[in-house]
Design a protein around this ligand. Sequence first.
Ligand SMILES: [Zn+2]
Length: 576
Amino acid sequence: MKKTNIFLIPLFLFFISCSPSHQIKQKEKIVSADTVLTNGKIYTVNPLQPWAEAVAIKDGKYSYVGTSAKVAAFIGKETQVIDLNGRTTMPSINDAHTHSWQGGFKLLYECNFPFTATPDEIAEIVKDCIRANPNAEWIRGGQWTSDFFKTYNIGSPKKWLDAISEDKAIYFQDDATHNGWVNSKALELAGIDKDTPDPAGGTYLRDENGEPNGLVLETAKTVIEKILPAWTPEQNVASLTAAVKHANSFGVTGINEARTPPEISLAYQELDEQGLLTAYAITYLQTPRGRRVKPFDIRPMQKISQKYRSERVHTMFAKIFLDGIPSASRTAVMIDPYLTDETFPEVTRGHLLIEPEVLLQDMIELDRAGFTVKIHTAGDGAVHIALDAIEAMRAINGASGLRHQLAHVGFIHPDDLPRFAKLNVTADLSPYLWFPSPIIDSTIGAVGKRALHYWPIKDLVDSGANLSIGSDWPSAVDTMNPWPAIEAMVTRKNPFMDEEDALWPEQAISLEQALKIFTLDGARAYRLEELTGSIEVGKSADLIILKQDLFSVKLDDISEMKVEITMFSGDVVYKK
Ligand SMILES: [Zn+2]
């Protein structure tokens, strides 16, 4: 491969150049790389050549991958040479599932408290936010954990916030960004009271008098969001700029925007035009959210997709929500019912947002139009329905080559496991939580012992399924940092704690398997595997140089891994 490249180019020049001396000069100029990385421990994720010592980069692409001795031929007068000094280098990370624009807002503008915050801590932080924004009509941010109201008996959620402010509307999202917590002012502005029926696919939790108590689940949260003051176009661009920098600092250069409203598509285009988009942006265009009994018209989405695509912004992707989340709110669709308790006395299997035959119609249309669809399927019931829809769609449309994705897939019925590979469906694992944690406890509280068999990653790998992995940031995790997730895939233990407890340890996979999912498989999920995801001649030079030796640190220390340099398309886009 490398030989072809070296010799083909001068041969081509031979035909266009007129004298032999000219040809030699041209040859030297062409062979010289823009950048050479040498003397490293380069893990390429290319099965044909897993390890290398050096690479040469020309015009943003690898022109050579091999030994330090041989790369010397690529060093010219202008070549920037980086001595890796034995440091581990590998392809940069593809984060297959984020809500980066929301993460950016969180970084820049919102009122934030950590997932672990106690009521007292939240009260202090909210008071500070109000002091800092005396003229704001709304105080918004988050995020409370699903178990917050179980752990702390604060009485009425709405009245608790009212005690902090009655004149400002307050809206806080939960850790999964599926549910909201509001005060009376927010309910008043949204026109929600005792007589307001629950929206389709959502719930206003109520007190004993039938008054909304301030917790708004799923589409009920969307009702509040509709009346929030819109961010300005400048704020949208600023938020994405912050999010992309955040991504690059963790070695991420593939950002899958798991639900993209039109104004965010515009902001990505803007960012790209300003030269600030130092990552591939895969924008999954949003489809109507909430309960739906009819197929939707895909034409407006097709227009948006054509208008906002560019070399770095990939817009032929769509997002469909089929269910909710399997923790305290019990909104993911499960094959077997949830546990009941005082708040949820009725037997439920969750909320299915789209009827199976409607989903099938959507899939037929989207697949025909060339959209890769990411379907939110958090419960095993939703996974089953989505696989059925894709199977029926494939029978009608034939093999389109599109690798549709099922997102989250924590629970999969064993009979459904082999269907991923069979139907060419990607299992998009997110968020980064395959270890014992408060979110798992909340899930155990809702589904019982089933939660001990959460995220069958090894079974998926063994079944030959294509996998991708996403942080889901800012849902459930504070950052896009992939390293705790990589550690937990290998150990299934909490990477932040010194505990021996593991979540379904039989599902642990090897470090090499985890790295492949985070790099090459991610690129494959969004059909850029010819361009990125591994270190190979001809591919884009998207790589990271690590501070520690990834392959000799203890498994428990992988989560501490720091990125020293992130390179995207041959440019250094982050340097510690
Ligand atoms: Zn998500």
